[in-house]
Design a binder for this molecule. Structure first.
Ligand SMILES: Nc1ncnc2c1ncn2[C@@H]1O[C@H](COP(=O)(O)OP(=O)(O)O)[C@@H](O)[C@H]1O
Ligand SMILES: O=P(O)(O)OC[C@H](O)CO
Length: 496
């Protein structure tokens, strides 16, 4: 058996471990869902031990299933749900509070309070590329320090560590030897200065966050440390880390300015490569890092939708209209296409380009003959309309995408992909693998391990799967989208 690379993909609803050959073939994978906790309206938490167990179990499983000895794993890459915030004790490793998930809106009032200082709002946007929103880690860290007994004092004494999920996993895998993150994950905290590529002292001070909490920030391909041998039977180097959406950008080989990908997992995240200069959006998109290699940042514009596959999960687990996510396809196919039902899944507010944390969801346009099929179809359509909202904002910022590369669990739904092409009016290209995120971080680890020397070598390996062409008339497309915009107008609370 030849050498291979381990990718750990710690997502919002499940963790995956995938072993790839050094040329990018999938040799085996294991996946485990873990519980979501919703203690109050707009709150979303994960138990750190459940995240860890799911990662540990899936890595163990993939090694056992494939029969690949851990000594054959030459490198590991970790990719993760971004922004989700953990704080733990440096001595015991114990988290002081559950992980506050990126979708969590509990700091909405805190953000409103900061928003009254226009100069600071402007500074944050210039420095971090982000809008002042509960989505990012900064206000979640502050909330923990302000609300967990003794946390602030312990943080000031240097006893606590903060990390997004990548950092937490690295800490545990290296037995507390490494406290590090990568530049893409750092860029989602709202504490990281994009231009200077370091933690921003002014923002830390405004949020009252001690710098001693923060991890070192490395390139996406770097020496992050070694997995302690007692976990999987060998000391395995960790040589890449990246936020999951940025890993997908690499997995989709979007290496040239103007190339755009959209990943349909729990949420949907559209990212466009903008090259070596940060582009400031005039339409409420985020400026962020695409990747940083050899100290050189490549920037990106991002539109973030909070509810994509999560809407399907709600149809399945909340309303129990479907037994599985896959079943949504058959029901949508059978739906009355003339129905004007709109589901706006603003369960935890609206993300880009509206940024309305207080908006809540709605089901509109019901008639006596609306049935389960129409409601399920409306849920799936909402993901397509929201993607169009993002594409419109990107177009308005001057990024005229002629096609969209897609991946993620929901991209396996043929009906959704066809409706997406209809809604956007451009070609939708599905990559051959839906595991683009894991593949992307495996490629980054392979770069660091010397398997590849350039991004061009990675780009040559990208394989196109099915493509979807728009079929709707311009008039029908615009009519359906107008209905969506009207539905959005009815649920917005904040102004945009
Ligand atoms: N065939 C399908 N149709 C619609 N949604 C799907 C389908 N398959 C998976 N999903 C949705 O995609 C999500 C899982 O995708 P995944 O990329 O694993 O997400 P994550 O990384 O956020 O955990 C789930 O929310 C699920 O509801
Ligand atoms: O878990 P996913 O794949 O929906 O990704 C979550 C994002 O990284 C949140 O910003």
């Amino acid at each position: 058996m030849s050498d291979c690379i381990l990718a750990i993909d710690q997502g919002t609803t499940s963790s995956r471990a995938i072993l790839f050959s050094t040329t990018g073939e999938c040799l085996g994978s294991a996946q485990q869902e873990f519980p979501q906790h919703f203690p109050h309206d707009g709150w979303v938490e994960h138990q750190p031990e459940q995240i860890w167990d799911s990662v540990y179990n899936t890595v163990k499983q993939v090694i056992e299933q494939t029969g690949i000895d851990a000594t054959r794993i030459i490198s590991t890459g970790i990719t993760n749900q971004r922004e989700t915030t953990l704080i733990w004790d440096r001595a015991t490793g114990e988290a002081v509070y559950p992980a506050i998930v990126w979708q969590d809106r509990r700091t909405s009032d805190m953000c409103h309070a900061y928003s009254t200082d226009e100069e600071f709002v402007h500074y944050v946007q210039q420095a971090t590329g982000l809008l002042l929103d509960p989505y990012f880690s900064a206000t979640k860290i502050r909330w923990i320090l302000d609300n967990v007994d003794g946390a602030r004092t312990r943080a000031e004494r240097g006893e606590l560590a903060f990390g997004t999920v990548d950092t937490y996993l690295l800490w545990r895998l290296t037995d507390g030897k490494r406290h590090a993150t990568d530049a893409t994950n750092a860029s989602r905290t709202m504490l990281f200065n994009l231009h200077q590529q370091c933690w921003d002292p002014r923002i830390l001070s405004e949020f009252d966050i001690p710098a001693s909490l923060l991890p070192d920030v490395l390139d996406n391909a770097a020496e992050f440390g070694q997995i302690a041998p007692h976990w999987f039977g060998a000391a395995i180097p960790v040589q890449a880390m990246a936020g999951d959406q940025q890993a997908a950008l690499v997995g989709q080989a979007c290496f040239s300015p103007g190339m755009v990908k959209s990943t349909y997992g729990t949420g949907c995240f559209m990212i466009a490569n903008t090259g070596d200069q940060p582009v400031q959006s005039q339409h409420r998109l985020l400026t962020t890092l695409g990747y940083r290699l050899n100290g050189k940042p490549t920037y990106a514009l991002e539109g973030s939708i909070f509810m994509a596959g999560a809407t399907v999960q709600w149809l399945r687990d909340g309303l129990k209209l479907i037994a599985s996510a896959e079943q949504s396809e058959a029901l949508a196919k059978a739906a009355n296409t003339e129905s004007n039902v709109y589901l706006v899944p603003a369960f935890t507010g609206l993300g880009a380009p509206y940024w309305d944390p207080d908006a809540r969801g709605a089901l509109l346009g019901l008639t006596r003959d609306t049935g389960i099929n129409e409601i399920v179809a409306a849920g799936l359509q909402s993901v397509c309309y929201q993607t169009r909202d993002l594409l419109e904002a990107m177009n308005a910022d001057g990024l005229l995408a002629s096609c969209l590369r897609v991946d993620g669990g929901m991209s396996n739904n043929q009906w959704v992909m066809a409706y997406l092409a209809d809604t956007l009016g451009i070609q939708v290209q599905r990559s051959q693998t839906s595991e683009t995120t894991a593949l992307g971080v495996a490629y980054l680890a392979a770069l660091q391990a010397g398997v590849f020397n350039t991004l061009e070598e990675i780009a040559e390996r990208w394989q196109q799967g099915q493509t979807f062409e728009p079929r709707l008339s311009e008039q029908a497309r615009e009519k359906a989208y107008d209905g969506w915009r009207q539905a959005i107008d009815r649920i917005k609370v904040g102004s945009d």
